[in-house]
Design a binder for this molecule. Structure first.
Ligand code: SGN
Ligand code: CA
Length: 521
């Protein structure tokens, strides 16, 4: 109690009001009870592979349930399409330049303000389970149990409240077990909670759970229309190294680590890593793995594919493994929903499903993310708020809005230095006037793996303007209505002068609003 009182003096009247409403405990009258939050975030889960968004590839009934019983955001974006930066934007409600975590080589300054800290101070129990990827130890959580770095699919190492340990099994199942165990056994049940379930899946190298290895065997995935994109008129796109044809590795990404050691790849460290991922497995895991992959390896060797046939084989192999990994994510989302339902928590918990960014499923010939193009700038966002709106929300939202929204839900004032805005009124089905009509984006990780140049840009409902900078100076402009797959860069073309001027002005306005130092260059 004295701890709470100390907090009173630090955080002001509005928080006192919210805290007093939930210290009354579970008996407090309906409507007074604070909402819990279960925030499920995957790593690299494309909206294209959630059937609530797109039926071409995956079937995800449990994730779709959130859309059916809640809302599907049709215009949800990130501020910087990379894991660490995206997580830092989400936790702080601020763009990368303001939270300091601009690329995956950064270390997060855990002493700064984050929304889990504010929630915790207001009396919430907070827990962070799974991929963290911010290097410094998590702050603002009553319980944290995180993967080390990117984490492993099989038999992953964790740091649990500071203690290093190894767990046997498959990451998505283990993270879900830990999350359910925390809700069931570890939290203080007299307090509201905010639980972050951060999966490693479906991050590279898309390793399925053993029970899912043979799924979808007969499925042939449709090749995106622009799979063989030549990147005409788009300099940065032509310079990337994230092509399925050129950069996807046979041994590392596509699991062709043969026993005879005959398959070698152009990137020795990827080949070595591919073999060491296999070597992490137990003999039982290896046996099940081999049963599935050995016939594929044998056939691959016999077929000696080249050119487009090899490219399309790689694409099918990638898609199959990715979809199998998603199947396990969906099953585990189902386990969390079942737990909430069986423990009378479903009607007092807001459930969020999202990803740290989007991902390419072969569009432009790619895997990975980073670019401000639609597939990676967008991210899935489904929210089930008890008593809230059902259906689609078309307003443009960004991951800097998650913190403000959850604080708003908890009755905690949103700090004025957060860049994001609460979309709680939208979730509640309220009419909101003056919602933002443009979004800002800034990607920094270059020089680096995949060679995507640094860029910033602005997107409105119809147009997108991007400036690639650093070792190149290249502008791109897209009319998303006429060219939704962003194949035709119209920057500098006759007739675009007026819209270009308008978008540059809008971009500068956002850079000033968020105080991005890039504007001074
Ligand atoms: C690793 C992957 C990259 C990926 C980054 C960032 N390479 O470095 O393909 O772009 O992570 O991903 S790997 O050889 O190590 O698998 S992120 O989602 O964590 O930002
Ligand atoms: Ca990611």
């Amino acid at each position: 109690m004295s701890k709470s009182l100390l907090f009173y003096s630090l955080t002001g009247a509005a928080t006192i009001a919210s805290l007093s409403s939930f210290t009354e405990g579970p008996e407090s009258k309906k409507g007074d009870k604070p909402m819990n939050v279960v925030y499920i975030m995957c790593d690299d889960h494309s909206y294209q592979t959630i059937s609530a968004y797109d039926q071409r590839y995956a079937v995800t009934p449990n994730i779709d349930r959130l859309a059916g019983e809640g809302v599907r955001f049709t215009n949800s974006f990130v501020a910087n399409s990379l894991s660490g930066p995206s997580r830092a934007c989400m936790l702080t409600g601020k763009h990368s330049h303001a939270n300091g975590f601009t690329d995956n080589t950064t270390t997060f300054d855990g002493s700064q303000q984050t929304f889990p800290k504010l929630l915790q101070n207001a009396g919430y129990q907070t827990a962070m389970i799974g991929k963290w990827h911010l290097v410094s130890e998590p702050t603002g959580f009553n319980y944290w149990d995180i993967l080390i770095g990117q984490g492993n699919y099989y038999n992953p190492d964790f740091i649990c409240n500071g203690e290093k340990l190894n767990r046997n099994g498959y990451a998505t199942n283990i993270i879900t077990d830990l999350a359910i165990d925390w809700m069931d056994e570890k939290r203080d049940k007299d307090k509201p909670f905010c639980l972050f379930i951060h999966h490693k899946a479906p991050h590279r190298t898309w390793m399925p759970d053993l029970c899912d290895l043979d799924l979808y065997e007969d499925v042939v995935y449709p090749l995106p229309e622009n799979f063989y994109d030549k990147y005409e008129g788009r300099m940065a796109a032509s310079l990337q190294e994230m092509s399925i044809i050129k950069d996807m590795d046979l041994v590392y990404d596509l699991k062709m680590a043969d026993k005879e050691n005959e398959i070698h790849t152009a990137t020795p460290w990827l080949e070595k890593s591919g073999r060491s991922l296999y070597n992490r497995m137990t003999p039982e895991q290896k046996a099940a793995w081999d049963k599935h992959y050995e016939p594929i390896i044998k056939k691959f060797k016999e077929d000696k594919l080249t050119g487009n046939a090899l490219a399309e084989w790689k694409y099918q192999q990638y898609m199959h493994d990715y979809m199998r990994v998603i199947h396990s994510v969906d099953r585990n989302v189902g386990r969390v929903l079942k737990y909430l339902e069986e423990n009378d928590l479903l009607e007092n918990t807001m459930i969020v499903y999202t990803s740290d960014q989007g991902f390419y499923m072969g569009e432009h010939g790619w895997f990975d993310k980073r670019f401000m193009y639609e597939e990676s700038f967008r991210t899935p966002l489904l929210v089930r708020l008890p008593g809230g709106k059902k259906g689609d929300i078309d307003n443009m939202v960004q991951n800097i809005d998650y913190g403000p929204t959850i604080l708003d839900l908890a009755g905690v004032p949103v700090p004025t230095d957060m860049h994001g805005v609460s979309f709680l009124p939208l979730l509640q089905g309220k009419k909101v006037s003056g919602w933002r009509n443009s979004l800002y984006y800034h990607f920094y990780e270059f020089p680096a793996e995949h060679a995507v140049r640094r860029h910033y840009g602005v997107r409105t409902d119809r147009y997108k303007l991007i400036h690639f900078y650093n070792d190149i100076d290249s502008w791109e402009l897209y009319d998303l209505e006429k060219d939704p797959t962003e194949m035709n860069n119209i920057f500098g073309k006759k007739g675009t002068e007026k819209i270009t001027k308008k978008l540059k002005k809008e971009m500068l306005k956002l850079q000033l609003q968020y105080d991005d130092p890039i504007r001074k260059r």
